[in-house]
Design a protein around this ligand. Sequence first.
Ligand code: NAP
Length: 327
Amino acid sequence: MDKIRWGIMATGRIAATFADAVNYVEDAELYACASRDEDRAKAFAEKFGVKKYYGDYEMMADDENVDVIYIASPMAQHYEQAKMCLLKGKNVLCEKTITLNGSQLAELIDIADKQNVFFMEAMWTKFLPAFRQAKKWVAEGRIGTPKMIKADFSNLCPFNAEDRLFKSSLGGGCLLDLGVYPITFACDFLGYEPAEIISNAYIGKSNVDFDASIILKYEDSFAHLTAGFDIENQNPAFVIGDKGRIRLGDWFFCTTEAMLYDDDGNLLEHFRKPHLKNGYEFEIMEVHECLKQGKKQSDINSLYHTTATMKIMDECRKQWGLRFDGE
Ligand SMILES: NC(=O)c1ccc[n+]([C@@H]2O[C@H](COP(=O)([O-])OP(=O)(O)OC[C@H]3O[C@@H](n4cnc5c(N)ncnc54)[C@H](OP(=O)(O)O)[C@@H]3O)[C@@H](O)[C@H]2O)c1
């Protein structure tokens, strides 16, 4: 494989950011894009220099020149679109959260397995150098045994009944949109199978979760996690061990910084690495690496990891009595 030819499915906010990153990565070609509307597909193609555009998702999935499809639609659409692409033998990188629930995901994993294609959730945070550095410090024992995680992703989002964030029928709510980041963060340091999940949420007027608090309890450690649409926060994340702690930079899920402290609070190391483009290039490079090596999933962000975080989110929603419209 020389250049890897990407097809972008849906042309909304994140698709544009991702397109910039694909155009940055040397061995990537932004080959195709698809929208439900041909004019939107054409406008997107012109803006980002995409070779082919389709006013229909399935037509792009049928294009034999597309090596990998990036799905950038709302959560509720992921299952059908990913299923269609996987069944056509396409490699798929699907935006978070990969599906609405664990049973949809299990079915897709089964299809990906049978089709022998690559499948991954676009949990880009895990590939950021600052996050990798934090993992390295922990593996080297620099903070001793991790005992507690604190992480938040709260973002002031004024209510808009038409926005996917607030629409139950599109998989809206803060858990799947934002909470998936702190949950993934906690699991990557403390483990993907907490012994207990304790959670609560404010369910807003459009019947989706506007704010959520989650505790993951492990044998001898805890994660305290929050997410929400009602407050603006700096969104820090800490990994606290019995010999020191790590703080990711503000807005931890997209940070370029990680700080290592000893247990007296003295700063030992300050890691900084600017994004090469906008941060999404790192997950694209990982997909390329996997495709070139013939791997069907990423070790850093495996389908086991995604399944486990989805299971936690299913349990949270069960505790809140919350289901999506049509689920
Ligand atoms: N990784 C990240 O940092 C990040 C950041 C933001 C969002 N996301 C994820 O990316 C996905 C899309 O988020 P977004 O903020 O880009 O959403 P968005 O701006 O609302 O765009 C979603 C796009 O999906 C397509 N679509 C297909 N069916 C749709 C429907 N029934 N209603 C509305 N749009 C529909 C539309 O594109 P066409 O009209 O062209 O078909 C639309 O522009 C979500 O899964 C979200 O969680 C990830």
